[in-house]
Ligand binder design. Sequence first.
Ligand SMILES: Cc1cc2nc3c(=O)[nH]c(=O)nc-3n(C[C@H](O)[C@H](O)[C@H](O)COP(=O)(O)OP(=O)(O)OC[C@H]3O[C@@H](n4cnc5c(N)ncnc54)[C@H](O)[C@@H]3O)c2cc1C
Length: 223
Amino acid sequence: MADITWISNEYEVGDFCMLIPGFAGQPIKAFDKNGEDITSTVFATNGFMKVDADYNPKPFEEWSIKDWPQTYQNPTYGNMYATGIAFAPPHSISKPMKSANGRAISPAPPRTGMPSGVIGKIVAENIAERIKSGKFERKHTANMGRMGAACIVSAGYNMTKGLGATITVSPVVPDWEKYPDWGRNIKSTVGEIGLAGHWIKLFLHYMFLHKAKGYPFWWLLPE
Ligand SMILES: Cc1cc2nc3c(=O)[nH]c(=O)nc-3n(C[C@H](O)[C@H](O)[C@H](O)COP(=O)(O)OP(=O)(O)OC[C@H]3O[C@@H](n4cnc5c(N)ncnc54)[C@H](O)[C@@H]3O)c2cc1C
């Protein structure tokens, strides 16, 4: 109720806002083989798993895509990885702000289907090569500051009157060194609403099922 009051105080009718639950990992405890509690070594305080990110606190002006993980491997326990939503981000992705009431506003990184798929793939490739060769060369990397993402939200199912909202961002984590004005390539960071989005969503539905079932040429299909 407090949150709803805050939002109604802050915004005019017609402004856009979204109510979502706090984003946190599962409250899992971790113990080593001697029974010692290693929870704080494996997990960040928000419950997500620590990986090869730079978790040193730093001001927004010093944030860099280099803070973001490449291999998603836990630095202490090399046989543990966290892909997709499970890994702990080093910080939020936009400049932390405060509402007029002093409430912190710090957007979490969108680890949606596409980045999760790309990260899962490179982690699987590194693990497979490690098992086969006995060496860990970290050949495959996926930094969210060098990765684009597309997301389509269905907003009406009909072949002629359907609606979909298509959103692309490139890169997912803003790279202020490469794109000093906006942090992103503004030409490939777009949002469109229309019937085409519905058709693309339908196509993706069958494409991903084809891939998940390992049907012919599944490996050619992107994440
Ligand atoms: C309604 C909805 C719509 C979405 N639409 C889009 C979209 O249009 N585009 C887009 O890009 N993204 C979309 N997303 C986001 C996308 O689905 C997620 O970002 C993505 O699935 C995250 O992948 P993940 O592998 O990190 O986690 P998940 O896909 O959640 O995979 C985690 C898996 O772990 C399993 N699991 C959990 N606990 C245990 C346990 N104790 N033991 C064993 N297994 C366990 C779960 O069953 C699950 O299969 C949507 C999400 C939702 C909920």
